[in-house]
Design a protein around this ligand. Sequence first.
Ligand code: ACO
Length: 333
Amino acid sequence: MLKELGVGIAITGSGSATPTVSLDNQGLSTLVETSDEWISSRTGIKERRLSSVQESLSAIATLAATNALDMAGIAATDVDLIILATSTPDDLFGTACRIQAQLGASKAVAFDMTAACSGFVFGLVTAAQFIRTGVYQNVLVIGADILSRWVDWADRRSCVLFGDGAGAVVMQAHQSDRLLGFEIRSDGTQNNALNLAYQPQPKEIVSGVTIGQGTYQPITMNGKEVYRFAVQKVPEVIEKVLFRANLSIDQVDWLVLHQANQRILDAVGERLNIPAHKVISNIAKYGNTSAASIPLALDEAVREGKIKTGDTIATSGFGAGLTWGAAIFQWGR
Ligand code: ACO
């Protein structure tokens, strides 16, 4: 409905940034009992980037955003809205405003959004509502995570999967509409499959008044459940969005999925009948960078010249919540 009535949307720029330090599977096998062979064959991951103490989330997110603005050819002062999708903020009160300040995006309003590995797609869909209704013209959507802060580095079932990074896109009001469809979903009944949960400890601050003060606990994950969920829900939601957009599978030029596991990328591609050469993958280099993974993969593919103006992209994020979603758009103006 809004599509018929509202303003068109184009995704006009992308950018990304990753920490400089890389840890390969061989290095990880000196920390936990694992091997390059196990990790590569089960996940496709070869190495991951890890943030140092000096590298903040806001710093890599700001760099990714700057690169996206440069590609779009707009100034930070033209940005109306900044949405930062993250589960690992520098500050629980929000990190988006720091990024706003670092960019000098003085007229923008900025806020954080948490939807784990679905965060980028949720951010993109949220941004679309503001543009469609004519409220904002230029929006930065950033996906950034430093999951290494919250990984249990003694748990070989999960620590081998994750890495750190940031990616961003610029979405703009546009005469012709390039955002062809979207859907976002959640199922809280499966919430315990993947958590980074707060654990309160009782603390009596005044006689008779006990509060719960603690900290967040390292990531826990039921890998098999998450795998099953992803390979079922992701093809389903992409098919639904394609149907609504009146597009067939063979009109999709590129599948840009959340980079969680090469096996998930392969299984989704197979179920959708999308040939492997159309499935963008950079998981070998970065592992699962959560909210950053889609814009990071998109940006690399654009800069390598794979994704070209007008190409039709199906994207899908999935992860903790559980949450999932998809969007179909044509790249560029
Ligand atoms: N190295 C060596 N052996 C290992 C490792 C490791 N790193 N991890 C587990 N193993 C062992 C297990 O102990 C088990 O041994 P056992 O049979 O003697 O008990 C064996 O390998 C098989 O373990 P499984 O957990 O059954 O392995 P599985 O084939 O399910 O693969 C994996 C695990 C790769 C995690 C898979 O389940 C998966 O990819 N799931 C999806 C996870 C995911 O994508 N999560 C992120 C979601 S996005 C987000 O929101 C953050």
